[in-house]
Write a new protein. Structure first.
Length: 122
């Protein structure tokens, strides 16, 4: 089975799951329709979601690493670009927000004599 055929079968499986279960994934509460998570009961869907989450975090980690290396080496324009991409993936990531805000507060210019580290003030 080639990759294209596998992809087509997967797409058809998703369509079937959603079509067959459409009525079952809605609950009427206070005149609002609330979707119920159905994928946690389907083994194939669960595996797909796990693989997607793994890839999602891999992209985040690679992007953060690139941003951090740029930060340490003083290429803050590239660093802030990478950290901005990270915040697009995980908007509430504390380390990313901290570095992004610091670089932004310095107008993307490392201080004179930048050695790749800074003192933290509390």
């Amino acid at each position: 089975m080639n990759l294209h055929t596998h992809k087509d079968k997967l797409v058809e499986r998703l369509k079937t799951l959603l079509k067959d279960r459409f009525e079952m994934i809605q609950v009427i509460r206070d005149v609002k329709t609330v979707p119920i998570e159905i994928f946690n009961k389907d083994g194939d869907m669960e595996q797909l979601l796990k693989n997607q989450n793994r890839r999602f975090m891999q992209v985040f980690n690679e992007t953060f690493k690139s941003g951090y290396i740029s930060y340490k080496t003083g290429n803050w324009v590239k660093a802030i670009e990478k950290f901005n991409q990270c915040l697009g993936i995980l908007p509430n990531d504390g380390p990313t927000k901290c570095l992004f805000n610091y670089i932004e507060s310095m107008n993307c210019n490392p201080p004179p004599g930048w050695t790749g580290v800074r003192s933290l003030m509390f």
